[in-house]
Design a protein around this ligand. Structure first.
Ligand SMILES: CC(C)(COP(=O)(O)OP(=O)(O)OC[C@H]1O[C@@H](n2cnc3c(N)ncnc32)[C@H](O)[C@@H]1OP(=O)(O)O)[C@@H](O)C(=O)NCCC(=O)NCCS
Length: 216
């Protein structure tokens, strides 16, 4: 499959490796740091507004290759593409139960394990070597960072960022657009728009994320 990446910074490099290792080809890297469309080494570079013509020209699908959850959502909303114009990329070294559903625009990195009956939304990032256990729900625009351990029946609501190496114990819910600090252990439900850190995780900021999200 031909893939167009929107975003051309650090996270996009990781996504590009993932796309290629999964047997796909990166045909364009679009980013608004570019002002004109140009081709280099068989790959197109240019502003993200070029995506519509390149989808046709290259028979390609799109991945938003930007790590920030609010920015990823903003770009999805501004492009107004159809769901079937997005790819879903699962690295060949990820282990995903056949009973798992995964939405469009989502990328599953190498070493990830997603166990039975988990539901993964659209434009989600499941980052390197994490575990999503059985019956979890991970909603649209979430990013679960490398090495995280999300145990059975956890609900990760829209736009949540789980920091690297964090653990969430079974059946807990992390409210929309909240952030969990790297290495934290979540043992209680976390309200929406909160930042929680530590072992056990305690909320250190509330609502500030709501402001950031509204102003994204
Ligand atoms: C949680 C996080 C977003 C907080 O960032 P922030 O809002 O800028 O907060 P600050 O750095 O001002 O820290 C606020 C307080 O929380 C503490 N804290 C921050 N992150 C922490 C963490 N992961 N674990 C424990 N305590 C943490 C700080 O020590 C500070 O404590 P103090 O007030 O007693 O001094 C950030 O520290 C973090 O962990 N990000 C995850 C990054 C990550 O994993 N990225 C993966 C990319 S693939």
């Amino acid at each position: 499959m031909n893939i167009i990446l929107i975003g051309d910074s650090g996270h996009a490099k990781v996504i590009a490796d993932n796309v290629i290792s999964s047997g796909n080809q990166v045909v364009a890297r679009l980013d608004d740091k570019y002002t004109v469309l140009f081709q280099k080494d068989d790959c197109w570079y240019g502003p993200s507004s070029e995506v519509h013509s390149l989808i046709e020209k290259e028979s390609a699908k799109v991945i938003i290759a930007i790590g920030s959850n609010p920015v990823r959502r903003k770009i999805v909303e501004s492009l107004s593409l159809q769901p079937n114009q997005y790819a879903t990329v699962v690295h060949k070294e990820a282990i995903v139960s056949p009973s798992v559903t995964i939405g469009h625009g989502t990328v599953v990195m190498p070493g990830v394990i997603v166990n039975a009956a988990a539901t993964i939304g659209n434009h989600v990032i499941l980052n390197t070597r994490l575990v999503i256990e059985h019956d979890c729900i991970v909603e649209n625009y979430a990013h679960v960072s490398p090495g995280s351990m999300v145990t059975g029946g956890v609900k990760i609501r829209e736009g949540v960022h789980v920091g690297a190496g964090a653990t969430v114990i079974p059946m807990k819910e992390i409210g929309q657009w909240s952030i969990i600090g790297a290495g934290s252990v979540v043992i209680d439900d976390i309200a929406e728009f909160s930042t929680a850190v530590g072992v056990p995780a305690r909320v250190i900021k509330s609502e500030e994320n709501a402001v950031k999200t509204v102003n994204r």
